[in-house]
Design a binder for this molecule. Structure first.
Ligand SMILES: Cc1ncc(C[n+]2csc(CCOP(=O)(O)OP(=O)(O)O)c2C)c(N)n1
Length: 278
Protein backbone atom coordinates (compact mmCIF):
# COMPACT_ATOMS: atom_id res chain seq x y z
CA UNK A 1 0.00 0.00 0.00
CA UNK A 2 1.37 3.42 -0.98
CA UNK A 3 1.66 6.07 1.71
CA UNK A 4 -0.31 9.14 0.71
CA UNK A 5 1.27 12.50 1.50
CA UNK A 6 -0.49 14.88 3.89
CA UNK A 7 -0.75 17.50 1.09
CA UNK A 8 -2.89 15.08 -0.90
CA UNK A 9 -5.18 14.51 2.07
CA UNK A 10 -5.60 18.28 2.50
CA UNK A 11 -6.39 18.61 -1.21
CA UNK A 12 -9.01 15.84 -1.12
CA UNK A 13 -10.59 17.32 2.04
CA UNK A 14 -10.83 20.66 0.28
CA UNK A 15 -12.49 19.02 -2.72
CA UNK A 16 -14.99 17.32 -0.39
CA UNK A 17 -15.80 20.74 1.10
CA UNK A 18 -16.35 22.20 -2.37
CA UNK A 19 -18.56 19.25 -3.33
CA UNK A 20 -20.73 19.97 -0.29
CA UNK A 21 -21.03 23.63 -1.29
CA UNK A 22 -21.81 22.66 -4.90
CA UNK A 23 -24.48 20.19 -3.73
CA UNK A 24 -26.25 22.76 -1.53
CA UNK A 25 -26.14 25.39 -4.29
CA UNK A 26 -27.50 22.92 -6.84
CA UNK A 27 -30.35 21.73 -4.61
CA UNK A 28 -31.31 25.28 -3.66
CA UNK A 29 -31.28 26.53 -7.25
CA UNK A 30 -33.26 23.57 -8.56
CA UNK A 31 -35.66 23.58 -5.62
CA UNK A 32 -35.34 19.83 -5.35
CA UNK A 33 -32.82 17.17 -4.39
CA UNK A 34 -31.33 15.19 -1.52
CA UNK A 35 -28.91 17.14 0.68
CA UNK A 36 -28.46 14.66 3.57
CA UNK A 37 -27.05 11.74 1.59
CA UNK A 38 -25.04 14.01 -0.71
CA UNK A 39 -23.22 15.65 2.20
CA UNK A 40 -22.52 12.33 3.94
CA UNK A 41 -20.77 10.93 0.86
CA UNK A 42 -18.52 13.90 0.05
CA UNK A 43 -15.16 12.47 1.23
CA UNK A 44 -15.89 9.07 -0.34
CA UNK A 45 -16.75 10.69 -3.68
CA UNK A 46 -13.76 13.04 -3.45
CA UNK A 47 -11.32 10.14 -2.91
CA UNK A 48 -12.88 8.05 -5.66
CA UNK A 49 -12.99 10.74 -8.35
CA UNK A 50 -9.80 12.62 -7.49
CA UNK A 51 -7.54 9.83 -6.33
CA UNK A 52 -8.69 6.28 -6.85
CA UNK A 53 -10.70 5.68 -10.00
CA UNK A 54 -8.84 5.00 -13.24
CA UNK A 55 -11.01 7.15 -15.50
CA UNK A 56 -10.56 9.48 -18.45
CA UNK A 57 -13.09 12.34 -18.56
CA UNK A 58 -12.14 12.96 -22.21
CA UNK A 59 -12.93 9.36 -23.10
CA UNK A 60 -15.68 8.25 -20.70
CA UNK A 61 -16.24 4.93 -22.45
CA UNK A 62 -12.56 3.89 -22.39
CA UNK A 63 -12.65 0.09 -22.12
CA UNK A 64 -10.02 -0.11 -19.40
CA UNK A 65 -11.70 2.37 -17.04
CA UNK A 66 -12.73 1.46 -13.53
CA UNK A 67 -16.50 1.23 -13.18
CA UNK A 68 -18.26 3.31 -10.55
CA UNK A 69 -21.93 2.82 -9.74
CA UNK A 70 -23.80 5.26 -7.53
CA UNK A 71 -26.47 2.90 -6.31
CA UNK A 72 -28.04 5.53 -4.02
CA UNK A 73 -28.98 7.52 -7.10
CA UNK A 74 -30.85 10.19 -5.15
CA UNK A 75 -27.43 11.58 -4.09
CA UNK A 76 -26.82 12.67 -7.67
CA UNK A 77 -25.90 16.25 -6.68
CA UNK A 78 -22.57 15.27 -5.13
CA UNK A 79 -21.82 12.90 -8.01
CA UNK A 80 -22.55 15.50 -10.71
CA UNK A 81 -20.49 18.09 -8.84
CA UNK A 82 -17.51 15.72 -8.70
CA UNK A 83 -17.85 14.77 -12.36
CA UNK A 84 -18.01 18.42 -13.42
CA UNK A 85 -14.96 19.30 -11.32
CA UNK A 86 -13.14 16.28 -12.76
CA UNK A 87 -13.87 17.51 -16.30
CA UNK A 88 -16.60 15.23 -17.61
CA UNK A 89 -18.74 18.28 -18.47
CA UNK A 90 -18.69 22.03 -17.78
CA UNK A 91 -19.42 23.34 -14.27
CA UNK A 92 -22.17 25.53 -15.79
CA UNK A 93 -24.19 22.39 -16.54
CA UNK A 94 -24.76 22.03 -12.80
CA UNK A 95 -26.96 25.16 -12.96
CA UNK A 96 -29.34 23.40 -15.35
CA UNK A 97 -29.51 20.13 -13.40
CA UNK A 98 -33.00 18.61 -13.69
CA UNK A 99 -34.21 20.77 -16.59
CA UNK A 100 -35.95 18.70 -19.25
CA UNK A 101 -33.39 19.35 -21.98
CA UNK A 102 -30.35 19.04 -19.70
CA UNK A 103 -28.28 15.85 -19.73
CA UNK A 104 -28.20 15.95 -15.91
CA UNK A 105 -31.45 14.53 -14.60
CA UNK A 106 -32.70 14.27 -11.02
CA UNK A 107 -31.42 10.72 -10.85
CA UNK A 108 -28.40 9.53 -12.87
CA UNK A 109 -29.13 8.55 -16.47
CA UNK A 110 -26.51 6.48 -18.30
CA UNK A 111 -27.96 7.34 -21.71
CA UNK A 112 -27.91 11.11 -21.22
CA UNK A 113 -24.77 11.83 -19.20
CA UNK A 114 -21.24 10.94 -20.35
CA UNK A 115 -19.47 8.99 -17.61
CA UNK A 116 -22.59 7.77 -15.78
CA UNK A 117 -22.36 3.97 -15.77
CA UNK A 118 -25.84 3.09 -14.49
CA UNK A 119 -29.23 4.75 -14.40
CA UNK A 120 -30.23 4.69 -10.76
CA UNK A 121 -33.16 5.53 -8.51
CA UNK A 122 -34.74 2.21 -7.58
CA UNK A 123 -32.57 1.31 -4.60
CA UNK A 124 -30.69 -1.98 -4.28
CA UNK A 125 -29.61 -2.54 -7.86
CA UNK A 126 -26.10 -1.11 -7.86
CA UNK A 127 -24.49 -4.05 -6.13
CA UNK A 128 -26.11 -6.52 -8.54
CA UNK A 129 -25.06 -4.50 -11.57
CA UNK A 130 -21.62 -4.05 -10.02
CA UNK A 131 -21.26 -7.79 -9.45
CA UNK A 132 -22.22 -8.41 -13.09
CA UNK A 133 -19.59 -5.93 -14.27
CA UNK A 134 -16.94 -7.44 -12.01
CA UNK A 135 -17.79 -10.87 -13.37
CA UNK A 136 -17.58 -9.53 -16.93
CA UNK A 137 -14.09 -8.19 -16.21
CA UNK A 138 -12.97 -11.61 -15.03
CA UNK A 139 -14.56 -13.38 -17.98
CA UNK A 140 -12.90 -11.00 -20.43
CA UNK A 141 -9.64 -11.06 -18.46
CA UNK A 142 -9.70 -7.27 -18.00
CA UNK A 143 -8.12 -5.70 -14.98
CA UNK A 144 -10.46 -2.80 -14.29
CA UNK A 145 -12.06 -2.67 -10.85
CA UNK A 146 -15.70 -2.07 -9.96
CA UNK A 147 -16.86 0.20 -7.13
CA UNK A 148 -20.42 0.58 -5.83
CA UNK A 149 -21.54 3.26 -3.38
CA UNK A 150 -24.72 2.43 -1.55
CA UNK A 151 -26.81 3.68 1.37
CA UNK A 152 -27.68 1.91 4.60
CA UNK A 153 -31.45 2.26 4.16
CA UNK A 154 -30.85 0.79 0.73
CA UNK A 155 -29.05 -2.16 2.31
CA UNK A 156 -32.36 -3.37 3.75
CA UNK A 157 -33.40 -4.46 0.24
CA UNK A 158 -33.41 -8.20 -0.44
CA UNK A 159 -31.66 -7.92 -3.80
CA UNK A 160 -28.54 -6.68 -2.00
CA UNK A 161 -28.15 -10.00 -0.25
CA UNK A 162 -28.78 -12.02 -3.40
CA UNK A 163 -26.00 -10.09 -5.12
CA UNK A 164 -23.78 -10.50 -2.05
CA UNK A 165 -24.21 -14.27 -2.28
CA UNK A 166 -23.34 -14.36 -5.96
CA UNK A 167 -20.34 -12.06 -5.58
CA UNK A 168 -18.70 -14.31 -3.00
CA UNK A 169 -19.58 -17.50 -4.88
CA UNK A 170 -17.76 -16.11 -7.94
CA UNK A 171 -14.83 -14.78 -5.85
CA UNK A 172 -15.25 -11.25 -7.18
CA UNK A 173 -12.20 -9.74 -5.52
CA UNK A 174 -12.35 -7.00 -8.17
CA UNK A 175 -15.61 -5.71 -6.64
CA UNK A 176 -15.68 -3.15 -3.81
CA UNK A 177 -18.85 -1.92 -2.17
CA UNK A 178 -18.67 1.22 -0.06
CA UNK A 179 -21.51 1.66 2.40
CA UNK A 180 -22.39 5.22 3.38
CA UNK A 181 -23.48 4.19 6.86
CA UNK A 182 -25.10 7.39 8.14
CA UNK A 183 -27.81 5.53 10.08
CA UNK A 184 -30.59 7.74 8.70
CA UNK A 185 -32.92 6.80 5.85
CA UNK A 186 -35.85 8.66 4.26
CA UNK A 187 -38.04 9.09 7.32
CA UNK A 188 -36.06 8.06 10.37
CA UNK A 189 -33.09 6.20 11.85
CA UNK A 190 -32.08 2.96 10.14
CA UNK A 191 -31.51 1.23 13.49
CA UNK A 192 -35.17 1.85 14.41
CA UNK A 193 -36.87 1.22 11.07
CA UNK A 194 -35.07 -2.02 10.14
CA UNK A 195 -31.75 -2.55 11.93
CA UNK A 196 -28.74 -3.80 9.98
CA UNK A 197 -26.56 -4.84 12.91
CA UNK A 198 -24.48 -6.90 13.44
CA UNK A 199 -23.54 -5.67 10.01
CA UNK A 200 -19.84 -6.56 9.77
CA UNK A 201 -20.62 -10.10 10.96
CA UNK A 202 -23.42 -10.45 8.41
CA UNK A 203 -21.08 -9.57 5.54
CA UNK A 204 -18.37 -11.86 6.93
CA UNK A 205 -20.96 -14.65 7.00
CA UNK A 206 -21.57 -13.96 3.30
CA UNK A 207 -17.82 -14.50 2.87
CA UNK A 208 -16.92 -10.90 2.10
CA UNK A 209 -13.78 -9.12 3.22
CA UNK A 210 -14.98 -6.42 5.63
CA UNK A 211 -13.29 -3.14 6.54
CA UNK A 212 -14.83 -0.62 8.92
CA UNK A 213 -13.79 3.05 8.81
CA UNK A 214 -14.78 6.62 9.55
CA UNK A 215 -16.12 7.74 6.16
CA UNK A 216 -15.21 11.37 6.78
CA UNK A 217 -11.56 10.52 7.45
CA UNK A 218 -10.01 10.85 4.02
CA UNK A 219 -6.87 8.89 4.88
CA UNK A 220 -8.97 5.99 6.16
CA UNK A 221 -11.07 6.05 2.98
CA UNK A 222 -7.92 5.94 0.82
CA UNK A 223 -6.27 3.16 2.83
CA UNK A 224 -9.42 1.03 2.84
CA UNK A 225 -9.76 1.39 -0.93
CA UNK A 226 -6.07 0.66 -1.50
CA UNK A 227 -6.26 -2.49 0.60
CA UNK A 228 -8.95 -4.00 -1.62
CA UNK A 229 -6.43 -4.79 -4.35
CA UNK A 230 -4.53 -6.97 -1.88
CA UNK A 231 -7.54 -9.26 -1.32
CA UNK A 232 -7.32 -12.22 -3.64
CA UNK A 233 -10.49 -14.28 -3.44
CA UNK A 234 -13.26 -12.23 -1.86
CA UNK A 235 -15.21 -9.08 -2.68
CA UNK A 236 -14.73 -6.26 -0.19
CA UNK A 237 -17.23 -4.10 1.64
CA UNK A 238 -16.03 -0.90 3.25
CA UNK A 239 -18.46 0.01 6.01
CA UNK A 240 -17.94 3.77 6.19
CA UNK A 241 -19.50 5.37 9.25
CA UNK A 242 -20.75 8.82 8.27
CA UNK A 243 -23.09 11.60 9.39
CA UNK A 244 -26.12 12.39 7.25
CA UNK A 245 -26.06 16.09 6.35
CA UNK A 246 -22.40 16.36 7.41
CA UNK A 247 -21.12 19.95 7.59
CA UNK A 248 -24.46 21.75 7.96
CA UNK A 249 -25.38 21.77 11.66
CA UNK A 250 -29.15 21.80 11.35
CA UNK A 251 -29.13 19.04 8.72
CA UNK A 252 -26.91 16.59 10.61
CA UNK A 253 -28.55 13.31 11.66
CA UNK A 254 -32.02 14.61 10.80
CA UNK A 255 -34.15 12.64 8.34
CA UNK A 256 -36.09 15.85 7.57
CA UNK A 257 -33.11 16.77 5.39
CA UNK A 258 -33.10 13.55 3.42
CA UNK A 259 -34.93 15.18 0.53
CA UNK A 260 -35.75 18.76 1.53
CA UNK A 261 -34.70 22.14 0.14
CA UNK A 262 -33.36 24.87 2.45
CA UNK A 263 -35.29 28.14 2.72
CA UNK A 264 -33.32 31.34 1.89
CA UNK A 265 -32.10 31.93 5.46
CA UNK A 266 -31.24 28.23 5.88
CA UNK A 267 -29.38 28.34 2.58
CA UNK A 268 -27.28 31.29 3.73
CA UNK A 269 -26.51 29.52 7.02
CA UNK A 270 -25.51 26.30 5.21
CA UNK A 271 -23.10 28.18 2.95
CA UNK A 272 -21.66 30.18 5.85
CA UNK A 273 -20.97 27.00 7.81
CA UNK A 274 -19.43 25.20 4.83
CA UNK A 275 -17.32 28.20 3.86
CA UNK A 276 -15.98 28.49 7.42
CA UNK A 277 -14.65 24.94 7.37
CA UNK A 278 -11.99 25.66 4.75
C1 LIG B 1 -36.65 0.39 -4.21
C2 LIG B 1 -36.83 1.78 -3.67
N1 LIG B 1 -37.65 1.95 -2.60
C3 LIG B 1 -37.83 3.20 -2.09
C4 LIG B 1 -37.23 4.28 -2.68
C5 LIG B 1 -37.47 5.69 -2.13
N2 LIG B 1 -36.28 6.17 -1.44
C6 LIG B 1 -35.44 7.05 -2.02
S1 LIG B 1 -34.14 7.43 -1.05
C7 LIG B 1 -34.71 6.44 0.20
C8 LIG B 1 -33.95 6.30 1.50
C9 LIG B 1 -32.58 5.75 1.28
O1 LIG B 1 -31.83 5.80 2.48
P1 LIG B 1 -30.30 5.49 2.47
O2 LIG B 1 -30.03 4.32 1.60
O3 LIG B 1 -29.87 5.37 3.88
O4 LIG B 1 -29.70 6.76 1.73
P2 LIG B 1 -28.86 7.99 2.30
O5 LIG B 1 -29.13 8.14 3.76
O6 LIG B 1 -27.43 7.65 2.07
O7 LIG B 1 -29.31 9.16 1.50
C10 LIG B 1 -35.90 5.82 -0.17
C11 LIG B 1 -36.64 4.89 0.69
C12 LIG B 1 -36.41 4.04 -3.79
N3 LIG B 1 -35.76 5.04 -4.42
N4 LIG B 1 -36.23 2.78 -4.27
Amino acid sequence: MNYVREEKIIELDEIARLLRIDSIKMIYKRGSGHPGGSLSAAEIISVLFFHKLKIDPGNPKWEGRDRFFLSKGHASAVLYAAMARRGFFPMEDLDRWGELDCHLQGHPDRVKTPGIEMSAGPLGHGIAVGAGNAMAAKTKKQDYRTYVLMGDGEMQAGIVWEAATAASKFHLNNLTVILDYNDVQLDGPVHEIMPLEPLADRWKAFNWHVVEINGHNTRQVIEALDLTSEIHSQPTIIIAHTTKGKGVSYMENDSKWHGAVPKPDQYEQALTELMKEG
